[in-house]
Write a protein that binds this ligand. Structure first.
Ligand code: ATP
Ligand code: MG
Length: 239
């Protein structure tokens, strides 16, 4: 019977059952079936989480706990609002503003990781420079439509480091297209060291800048990272 069970499990794509059914111990048929189903489901969920994690391109999360006292956010919001994906279900955006080493990348990574692990959300992390390079490349190769479709399917797009480098005209326009695409469709987290008034330096055109800010702030919360640079603190501690 063994080979047939394995054959049928394969056809039904029950890979845990195919490999492990003979190890399961139970006192009734029902208990046996239940255990098989539970293990199969668990393995599928683990596989899905791992796939989402590898597709997300999230950086590694620092091993220290995140200090929440060093950020300011709109009254009424809670840590759970960020961590349990409430802003995702409302398709809201988060703008993280603050100086270097204050935890913007850290918190956006923690939020992304949580969204994958607790609710199997489809997310992607890019630095703005990276995304713009990908967009320019896709534009040149004529594959921008396909790339947009991938981005449309995301629940959350994290754009890190807006403002580190100014964009060329075409890069700014392609980034604007992505922000428009996400508008009211999926959530964005944008981290930046610039105030809105300075975004013109990145987009290089006041009308385009206004259009970007207009779309973003419509459903957004501003989170201000006011702490000292932890990076500096860490390197001072090492010396
Ligand atoms: N609020 C915080 N709580 C605990 N550790 C923190 C916090 N903020 C920053 N750190 C530590 O400092 C390091 C740098 O933080 P992070 O990379 O998130 O800064 P950033 O705001 O993204 O800086 P940059 O603008 O230069 O990209 C983290 O890896 C972490 O170890
Ligand atoms: Mg950063």
């Amino acid at each position: 019977m063994g080979p047939l069970i394995e054959e049928y499990a394969k056809r039904l794509k029950l890979s845990w059952i195919r490999q492990h059914y003979h190890e399961v111990e139970a006192t009734s048929n029902e208990e046996f079936l239940l255990k098989l189903m539970e293990q199969e489901i668990q393995q599928r969920e683990e596989r899905k989480t791992n796939l989402l994690l590898s597709q997300s391109q999230l950086p590694e999360v620092p091993s220290v706990p995140f200090i929440w006292d060093e950020i300011d956010y709109t009254q009424g919001l809670t840590r759970n609002y960020f961590l349990e994906g409430e802003f995702l279900s409302k398709k809201e955006n988060l703008i993280f503003h603050g100086g270097v080493g204050t935890g913007k990348t850290f918190l956006s990574t923690v939020i992304g990781l949580n969204a994958i692990q607790s609710s199997a959300k489809n997310i992607k992390f890019f630095t703005v420079a990276n995304l713009v390079n990908r967009l320019l490349d896709a534009h040149e190769k004529g594959t921008i439509g396909r790339f947009h479709k991938q981005l449309e399917k995301l629940d959350l797009l994290i754009l890190d480091e807006l403002g580190f480098i100014p964009l060329h005209k075409q890069g700014a326009e392609l980034l604007f297209q992505v922000i428009s695409l996400c508008y009211e469709r999926n959530s964005l987290i944008i981290t930046t060291n610039l105030r809105f008034g300075e975004w013109n330096h990145v987009f290089g055109d006041p009308i385009l800048t206004e259009a970007v800010i207009d779309r973003l702030i419509h459903h957004s919360h501003l989170v201000v990272f006011k702490g000292p640079s932890h990076r500096m603190k860490e390197s001072l501690l090492q010396n």
